[in-house]
Ligand binder design. Structure first.
Ligand code: NI
Ligand code: MN
Length: 224
């Protein structure tokens, strides 16, 4: 299985059968290297309605005939755009052909770029090929991350570190401790000036609490 970090919150998970993208934000994303028409996917998981997460989702879904998996309100938005979709809500999961997706809480807001209501923001648990991946979405630190960690044997946790709209480094280090993943990967940083953070600082601090952090450079992949 291959995981690619495209920058911001855009994470792609691929095995020999499926390609799944989470929050594919490309237009207006200065760090992403893959153009919209090069994204190949079967499923698109969206954590919340903000433009830096969903702005390219309709086009990518149309081009790939992909299924949008998201909170009920965002799935309805996908339906209005004639996209295949599967609604979920917080705490609920579903077994898809590629594996299981379950939504978690995230402390943030969620509206569409026009300001209309997009339901609650979410984090994502993805169970695929015997691995468990947690993508926290946009969120502040919350104590239930400990519960998420205790109830799931998480292999890879993607945690935002960019501050301002999400956790900053120190809170994200605490989150890494709570989630207790085998590997923590920082996301949602250095896309814009307002979310500047040094991933090396984060890595040092995660290392210092005895946990493992791996920085995946924008556009690079790891095989797991
Ligand atoms: Ni957001
Ligand atoms: Mn965001």
């Amino acid at each position: 299985m291959k995981i690619t970090y495209h920058g911001h919150s855009f994470v792609q998970i691929e095995n020999d059968k499926f390609s799944i993208v989470i929050d594919p934000f490309i237009s207006g994303n200065p760090v992403v290297k893959t153009p919209v028409d090069k994204v190949k996917c079967d499923y698109i998981i969206l954590t919340h309605g903000h433009g830096d997460h969903i702005s390219d989702a309709v086009e990518i879904a149309q081009k790939n005939d992909a299924t949008v998996i998201a909170m009920f309100e965002i799935a309805n938005f996908a339906a209005k755009n004639n996209l295949k979709n599967h609604p979920l809500s917080i705490g609920g999961g579903f077994n898809f052909p590629f594996g299981r997706v379950k939504l978690t809480i995230a402390h943030h807001s969620s509206s569409f770029p026009d300001g209309s209501y997009a339901g609650d923001p979410a984090g994502v648990l993805l169970y695929i090929d015997g691995k468990t991946i947690y993508h926290a979405g946009d969120t502040g630190l919350f104590y239930d991350m400990k519960l998420i960690g205790e109830m799931n044997n998480i292999d890879y946790a993607f945690l935002p570190i960019g501050d301002n709209f999400t956790m900053g480094i120190d809170d994200a280090v605490k989150a890494a401790e709570f989630v207790n993943a085998k590997i923590t990967v920082p996301i949602h940083y250095n896309t814009f000036d307002i979310v500047r953070a040094n991933p090396e600082d984060f890595k040092k601090k995660v290392d210092s609490i005895g946990k493992k952090c791996e920085i995946i450079k924008f556009g690079e992949s790891i095989n797991i």
